[in-house]
Design a protein around this ligand. Structure first.
Ligand SMILES: [Zn+2]
Length: 204
């Protein structure tokens, strides 16, 4: 998204399933903004500890420094003066307040680029994503490659773990297309009885 009103702000959402290149695309856009000498900041929620707490790292291992925040209000209070571009990774983990923050920023002539999962492992709209997608000027739906058939994958298939909405761990998910997607049910041997805060299970 490079050619829009240079004086105005706007919201871009990069969305899709896991393994679809959302973080790579976010990093690409932020790097271009930095080359254009636009002051930028990138945020991520504290919940995502997959790789490295302080960096947004795509699966091809290209990283960019990020500010880790606990919620939308903390993001707002962490903004630098004069910032022109704000990137947000894993935006689906934020509270609904993130929509208002994105709108305030865009209204204040800031370019907002938010990347996140559109659906959870049961294909339910994820967290604040429906509202964010509705107010965004630009939406990029990314597709992964289905591990079963090689077609474009629209879904994140859970293949291991419990029934929490958020489960973080290697080998827990696969990209699947509509034909190959199967609703996941945890088996009785899965450790899904432990109700952790925010319904999160992290297996590593
Ligand atoms: Zn498939």
């Amino acid at each position: 998204m490079d050619a829009v009103n240079p004086r105005g702000g706007w919201i871009e959402v990069i969305t899709g399933g896991m393994f679809s290149g959302k973080s790579e695309e976010l990093i690409r856009r932020i790097r271009r903004a930095e080359i254009a000498r636009q002051r930028s900041q990138i945020f991520k929620p504290a919940i995502d500890n997959r790789f490295d707490l302080k960096r947004v790292i795509s699966r091809d291992n290209r990283g960019i420094d990020a500010v880790v925040v606990n919620n939308a209000a903390e993001l707002r209070s962490s903004l630098l003066f004069g910032v022109k571009v704000v990137g947000i990774d894993e935006v689906q983990f934020f509270d609904e307040g993130i929509i208002d923050v994105c709108m305030e920023l865009a209204d204040a002539s800031v370019r907002v680029i938010a990347a996140g999962l559109d659906q959870d492992y049961l294909r339910r709209p994820f967290g604040p994503m429906p509202g964010l997608l509705a107010v965004a000027e630009y939406v990029s739906k990314m597709h992964a490659v289905c591990v079963r058939c090689g077609g474009p994958a629209h879904y994140t298939q859970r293949v291991a773990g419990g029934n929490s909405q958020i489960e973080i761990g290697d080998g827990t998910y696969e990209a699947r297309c509509r034909v190959c997607y199967e609703p996941y049910q945890a088996t009785e041997t899965s450790a899904d009885d432990s109700r952790e805060p925010r319904d999160v299970t992290i297996t590593r």
